[in-house]
Design a protein around this ligand. Structure first.
Ligand code: ARG
Length: 610
């Protein structure tokens, strides 16, 4: 990118002014010695303020140092002006030709010039993990949306990504469910022909009804309770009949999950669904290893791990319970086994968990336990430990709570949890209304079918974008009115910006094709747009590095805004010369491709026409 080239030129100049000072300070130079600390700036194209820090170390005047650097710097055909400003900054303007040629190089590349990461590895992303026989809630939505985007961002940067949907498909509640189904065998039958045509909605309501009914008997009938308990034992010991009944719950739930993921326009592959039950065969061994190493100890019959710094309100230590006193395994045993699987079998270097912040204590304890066992590396995994020690690190991307308009956790007016499908349907309805309203202004007008398809793309895009445009750790307000607004930082705005550019390109017809003309002088709005487009690679790298899709969202919003300004100030099809028409078409086309690629990283569609 241009930023890289400018940075290189300034840091070469910095290196060149150094020798004079070297004798004054014989200590070895730190690695960041010559870092010009370059950033984009509104006043010039770029600003470098690294001279301030360097002057401080050299105990010299920063303005003088900056002047020396400015005099040294090799402008080539990249830099138009290098000027000392303020206490010792450099304001740097690049040439119009450099901007256009750089963009031309991006345009020639399918990846828009986004390089692969230097040292890609394998990352397991644990996301989209609803629970069997239970309704999905807005928290599951967040995990799915953020996780899906991270899969895309990391894969785009060259990382090998293994997806793991750690669904809750194990536990004592299945005893009650299975026993009830055994006693009421037709409860999961479907109205239509079994197997096909079954809607996810029907599956969800079947499961709901069954759950409530089973619960009611369980709470009122002690004999049933006892039969349910025996089912838990039978399930854990692998009794085939019990297993088969359990499998029906899993299959029924998957019908429902897939209907929600489909509606979310999200690919979830069956093979990547490895729920808690998937680690069942490892649980005994995991406990043995923990016990042998002395990391877990017996406490009142339970197998526990203790931590110095984790205490309850009563001051008593809060342990991680790996095996309960009745011999049953819980959530922690499963997660510890999953770590072993992911590190030693899948050979991942990075484990990423996209899970609600309410589970942060759980993950803190699980990760610490795994570190004590040597399954995870100590510290940040920067590799300064023993050479043959574990290399994997684990991070929980702990996301915040979804709030209603009123700022309280998202609920229906009656206080019930909102059904995810209803929520998505409502978003699609609202979006369809927005699309419909503009639809007859489109030439040719959109058909009903197109309106429905675009409505879904806009509505689902709105839900995803609202989630992804705030940093994951923060709570966010689920406000459909705001989400489908055409103005402001919404996906709809970005989708319309994309569709508008595509329409300009269509109108250009065959007569004028996008083509870069580096010999042309650029208007300020063209420069601003071009420089921003050129920053795409840097933003993708940052988002991948920091697990921060919201940085891509912010970038895209600014991109669309800069395009709007450009389009207001610079006629495209009616530009002065044919070369200028081509160059502006080229800028428009590259903006559209960047929008499209960036939105795809967020899992959001960009319809060609809206
Ligand atoms: N199923 C869990 C829930 O609904 C989330 C699972 C998170 N992943 C994990 N490896 N524990 O809360």
């Amino acid at each position: 990118s241009l930023a890289t080239q400018v940075r290189q030129r300034v840091s070469d100049a910095l290196a060149a002014v150094r020798p004079q000072e070297a004798s004054a300070d014989p200590s070895p130079r730190p690695a960041d010695w010559g870092d010009p600390m370059l950033r984009r700036s509104d006043r010039a194209d770029f600003q470098a303020n690294g001279m301030l820090a360097l002057a401080k170390r050299l105990k010299t005047n920063p303005r003088e140092l900056a002047g020396q650097v400015a005099a040294q710097v090799d402008a080539g055909d990249v830099l138009a002006e290098v000027e000392v400003s303020g206490p010792g900054f450099l304001n740097i303007a690049v040439t119009d030709a450099a901007i256009t040629s750089n963009l031309a190089a991006r345009a020639a590349d399918d990846r828009l010039g986004v390089p692969y990461a230097d040292a890609p590895g394998t990352t397991v992303i644990d996301y989209a993990q609803p629970n069997v026989a239970k309704e999905m809630h807005v928290g599951h939505l967040r995990s799915a949306v953020i996780g899906d985007s991270l899969v895309r961002v990391l894969e785009f940067s060259g990382e090998t990504v293994v997806r793991r949907h750690h669904i809750g498909d194990w536990g004592t509640q299945f005893g009650m469910l299975i026993q009830y189904l055994d006693e009421h065998p037709h409860e999961l039958d479907h109205g239509g022909a079994a197997g096909d045509g079954t809607s996810g909605e029907e599956a969800a309501s079947n499961l709901n009804r069954l759950y409530k009914a089973a619960r009611a008997v369980f709470d009122s009938d002690d004999a049933f309770k006892e039969r349910a308990r025996r089912r838990v034992v039978a399930l854990q010991s692998g009794d085939p009949e019990t297993r088969a009944l359990w499998q029906r719950f899993v299959d029924e739930s998957k019908l429902y999950f897939f209907s929600v993921f489909d509606k979310l326009d999200m690919e979830v592959r069956d093979a990547d669904i490895v729920g808690e039950s998937g680690y069942n065969d490892m649980l005994d061994e995991t406990c043995e290893l923990l016990e042998q190493a002395g990391v877990a100890v017996d406490s009142e019959g339970a197998l526990c791990v203790f931590f110095d710094d984790i205490k309850g309100q009563d001051g008593q230590p809060v342990p991680l319970i790996v095996r309960k006193s009745d011999g049953g395994y819980g959530y922690a045993a499963t997660d510890l086994s999953a770590i072993r699987d992911r590190v030693f079998h899948l050979k991942a270097q990075t484990l990423l968990y996209v899970v609600d912040h309410r589970q942060s204590l759980h993950f803190r304890m699980v990760f610490e336990t795994a570190r004590r066992m040597g399954w995870l590396a100590d510290g940040d995994g920067s590799g300064d430990g023993a050479a043959d020690g574990p290399v994997a690190t684990a991070t929980q991307l702990a996301f915040g709570t979804v709030l209603g308009k009123d700022g309280k956790p998202f609920k229906t007016r009656a206080g019930a949890t909102v059904r995810l499908e209803d929520l998505l349907d409502e978003a699609i309805d609202r979006a369809s209304a927005v699309v419909r309203e503009k639809a007859d202004k489109a030439v040719p007008p959109l058909t009903e079918e197109e309106i429905a398809e675009r409505g879904a793309q806009v509505g689902i895009g709105a839900v995803k974008y609202a989630d992804l445009s705030t940093s994951a750790s923060r709570d966010y307000k689920f406000d459909l009115d705001q989400m489908v607004s055409l103005h402001g930082d919404t996906s709809v705005y970005l989708q319309y910006a994309y569709a508008r550019i595509r329409s300009i390109l269509r109108r250009a017809g065959d007569g004028a094709r996008p083509a870069a003309h580096p010999e042309l002088a650029l208007e300020p709005a063209e420069r601003a747009l071009g420089l921003h487009v050129d920053g795409f690679a840097a933003v993708v790298a940052e988002a991948a590095e920091e697990y921060a899709p919201h940085k891509v969202a912010a970038y895209l919003y600014q991109l669309a805004s800069l395009f709007t300004t450009f389009y207001e100030h610079c006629p495209v099809l009616k530009a002065d010369t044919p070369a200028q028409v081509e160059n502006r078409l080229f800028l428009s086309d590259l903006t559209a491709r960047t929008l499209h690629t960036g939105m795809a990283l967020l899992g959001i569609r960009t319809p060609e026409r809206l």
